[in-house]
Design a protein around this ligand. Sequence first.
Ligand SMILES: C[S@@+](CC[C@H](N)C(=O)[O-])C[C@H]1O[C@@H](n2cnc3c(N)ncnc32)[C@H](O)[C@@H]1O
Length: 227
Amino acid sequence: MSGQEEQQERWSAVDRYVEELLAPHDAALEAAIEESERAGLPQIQVSPSQGKLLHLLASAIGARTILEFGTLGAYSTIWLARALPAGGRLITFEADPRYAEVARQNVDRAGLGEIVDLRVGPALDLLPELDAEDAGPFDLTFIDADKEHTPDYFAWALDRSRPGALIVADNVVRAGELADERSEDPKIAAQRRLHEAIAAEPRVSATTIQTVGGKGYDGFTLALVLG
Ligand SMILES: C[S@@+](CC[C@H](N)C(=O)[O-])C[C@H]1O[C@@H](n2cnc3c(N)ncnc32)[C@H](O)[C@@H]1O
C-alpha cells in the first residue's frame, strides 16, 4: 500500500467510526443510498457526517426554508429536510430527470414528500420561477450542483437570504487546487471567483474549511448572511 493509500484508508476508517456512532443511517437513508446505487446514480453524495453537519446547521438556526442546488438521489435533501419544522419547505434543483425520479422515490420513502419541492432542469433556467412565485427568502442554501456555476448560485441565493441565513458551498477545495492560481480547470476558477466575490461582499461573513475523509481531500465554504 502506498503512503497515500494508507492515508486514505485512515481517513475512511475515522469516517466509519464517527458515522457509526454519531451519524448512523436509519432505513430511509440506507434505502436512499442503496436505491441510488441500484439505479446507477454516481456515488457522489455527501458523506453521512457531512449530511449530519447540514442537518445540525439547519437545526441550529431554526431554518424554515431551505434551497438546495444539486439533488442527485436526495441523500443530502433528506438530512436537510429532517431539520425543518412542521410547515417548513425545501426546494431542490436537479438537472437530470432520471436522477430526479430516483430522488422523488427516496424522498417519498422518507416521508418527506410534502416538504420537499423537487424542480427538474438546469437550476439557472429555473431560478426565475422561484422569483415569480416569491419563494424566498431562504434560511439555508446548500450549493452542490455543477461546480462551474457555484458563484452564480451563491450570488442568487445571497440576494434572497434573510439576515442570519447560512449558505454552504460544497467541494470548493478540490484536493488543494483552490490555492493554485495557475489552474486552468474551470471548476477551480469558479471556486476562486467565489472566494474573491465573498471577500469583497460586505453582506456576508464566511470561511472555508478543508476536509478529509472517505471522499478524499476537499472542503466547503460556510457563509453567514449579516443583518
Ligand atoms: C454532487 S451531486 C449532488 C449530491 C447531493 N447534494 C447529495 O449530497 O446527496 C451534483 C448534482 O447536481 C446535478 N446538476 C448538475 N448540473 C446541474 C444544474 N445545472 N442544475 C441542477 N442540477 C445540476 C447533477 O446531475 C448531480 O445530480
